[in-house]
Write a protein that binds this ligand. Structure first.
Ligand SMILES: O=P(O)(O)OC[C@H]1O[C@H](OP(=O)(O)OP(=O)(O)O)[C@H](O)[C@@H]1O
Ligand SMILES: NC(=O)CC[C@H](N)C(=O)O
Ligand SMILES: [Mg+2]
Length: 509
């Protein structure tokens, strides 16, 4: 899950995009980029690191124009250390096009071969997003009337992308001289929402991964982009929308509600915060059946993401809720960091115990999820070191047992602590005296009972059901073998990438 933004405004958008990316930083910490359009010319700056590290004043000044897109990256394809894969991506034919993508294609290899053999296009990185951009460019070429592109042709091109691409994609695109295009895959796996801001000079439009970006930038939410739908805002600020998929099905990723999104966002009409409260309620019911609730002195959340669920769980069980861990506000999210050694070290740097909350107590620690077990292993040990008599653990999500192929970087079963282990074995592995996981049905209920639109979910990392229907055991074996063969995230390689980094930091399209 990356963060994407697109804007058509009446005044320069560089600062607005920067501020918006800061608000979406929790969706990607490895690279950031902005592309703006001024007439037919693009200006682009992208590079490795957090938003605040990538953009200096001189870079911001070099991003003029009233229309633009932005991206924060959490890689799922290619490498965290290949900065040529930072987004937006750019092609110059058949039109100037820049693109930012959140998600992950599952037929990248096949598309890459087609690109070379049939479309005669060169792909320069291992990023699926570069492939996606070239598919779109090819479809635009096929649908355009010579040099002219009209709204119908643009929507036909998106329909072509839907026919050829599999997997998850929420996308923002600028077509030079035409306007801002945004679309979502036919299952709506990754989120995308748009809104407006009325100014004396006309209506401004903002498209973003999460509604929190619209709130902070002063835009009013209009609605989510529907699965399979495309919206196009032309340079005259006219909005055009069309369903471009044959059989769209609302199947958003349930892990957005568990962890990925900010709690103050509303995704597909559902408040993320509210779903986390419900997860806490349902989890409390299961805790009652499985742990000695009467003996638990205190419920302690693992900051940040578990807080709403932990608070509601404590309230439901009638047990005091206390903040036993203090979070270093200067350390980012651990789960989306590249490299297991960095993640492990970061948990200790990020969280420290308030000893009084643990000394002589039987504590129930609550987290939103346990994925690799990096956090829970460390946290249980820290709770004991702080003097806890008993340490129980509850997870607001079910065990993560299956790889995610739709934009969350958990591609190998071997790295998931729950793969091949029972709940008791996992409890032993993390050193807890007892462990309770949310049931998958309760998790789905926590979201579904707040929505009249969502018919199904992508919950593949919990139940192994892949909504796009194209994921075979052989495919999973292949990506697992590829990852195990090339330890992409764990090689903390600096040298070659540094060079790339320097080149890219001065890139101007
Ligand atoms: O089992 P693991 O592999 O450790 O992954 C799960 C943990 O990672 C996430 O926290 P993170 O620190 O990324 O972000 P947060 O501050 O939003 O909770 C999540 O909230 C869990 O705490
Ligand atoms: N997490 C994402 O959305 C990643 C986008 C894209 N697949 C990349 O690796 O850059
Ligand atoms: Mg966490």
């Amino acid at each position: 899950m990356c963060g994407i933004l697109g804007v058509v405004a009446t005044t320069p958008v560089n600062q607005l995009l920067y501020d918006g990316l800061m608000v979406l930083q929790h969706r990607g910490q490895d690279a950031a980029g902005i592309a703006t359009a001024e007439g037919n010319t693009f200006h682009m700056h992208k590079g490795p690191g957090l938003v605040r590290d990538v953009f200096r004043t001189r870079n911001m000044r070099a991003l003029p124009g009233n229309i633009g897109i932005g991206h924060v990256r959490y890689p799922t394809a290619g490498s965290a250390y290949n900065f040529a894969e930072a987004q937006p991506f750019y092609v110059n034919s058949p039109f100037g096009i820049v693109l930012g993508h959140n998600g992950n294609l599952t037929n990248t290899q096949q598309l890459q071969e087609e690109m070379f053999r049939l479309d005669r296009r060169h792909i320069n990185t291992n990023s699926d997003s570069e492939v996606l951009l070239n598919v779109l460019a090819h479809e635009l070429q096929a649908c355009a009337h010579g040099f002219d592109l009209d709204v119908d042709s643009i929507f036909q091109a998106v329909a072509g992308v839907h026919r050829r691409c599999r997997g998850a994609y929420a996308v923002v695109v600028i077509i030079a001289g035409y306007g801002l295009l945004a679309f979502r895959d036919p299952h709506g796996i990754r989120p995308l929402v748009y809104g407006t801001n009325e100014t004396p000079e006309g209506t401004e439009y903002l498209v973003a991964s999460e509604s929190v970006a619209l709130d902070t930038l002063g835009f009013s939410v209009v609605r989510d982009v529907e699965p399979g739908e495309a919206i196009f805002i032309d340079f005259n600020h006219q909005l055009h929308t069309r369903q471009c998929a044959q059989q769209p099905v609302y199947s958003p990723c349930i892990f957005e509600y568990v962890y990925l999104a900010r709690p103050d966002s509303v995704i597909d009409g559902v408040s993320v915060y509210e779903t986390r409260l419900r997860m806490g309620q349902h989890l409390a019911d299961k805790v009652k059946l499985n742990l000695p609730v009467d003996e638990i002195d205190v419920v302690i959340p693992i900051p940040d993401s578990s807080r709403p669920s932990a608070m509601e769980l404590a309230q439901t069980l009638g047990i005091p809720y206390r903040e036993g861990f203090v979070k270093n506000r200067y350390i980012g999210r651990t789960f989306i960091m590249p490299g297991q050694s960095t993640r492990k070290k970061s948990v200790r740097q990020k969280l420290n115990t308030v000893r009084e909350e643990f000394r002589g107590k039987r504590v129930l620690l609550v987290d939103d999820s346990i994925v690799r077990g990096t956090t829970s292993r460390e946290i249980v040990e820290m709770a004991r070191a702080a003097g806890a008599l008993k340490v129980y653990f509850a997870s607001a999500a079910p065990p993560v047992r299956f790889p995610n192929v739709y934009g969350i970087d958990m591609p190998t079963r071997g790295e998931l602590i729950a793969t091949g282990r029972s709940d008791e074995e996992i409890a032993r592995e993390i050193g807890a005296d007892g462990l309770v996981y949310q049931d998958i049905d309760s998790l789905k209920t926590s979201v579904r009972e707040l929505s009249d639109r969502i018919s199904s979910f992508d919950a593949s990392c919990f139940d192994g059901c892949y909504v796009t229907g194209d994921i075979s055991p052989e495919y999973l074996d292949e990506i697992e073998a590829a990852r195990n063969g090339t330890p992409k995230k764990d090689s903390e390689d600096g040298g070659a990438s540094q060079q790339m980094h320097l080149n890219l930091m001065s890139e101007q399209a």
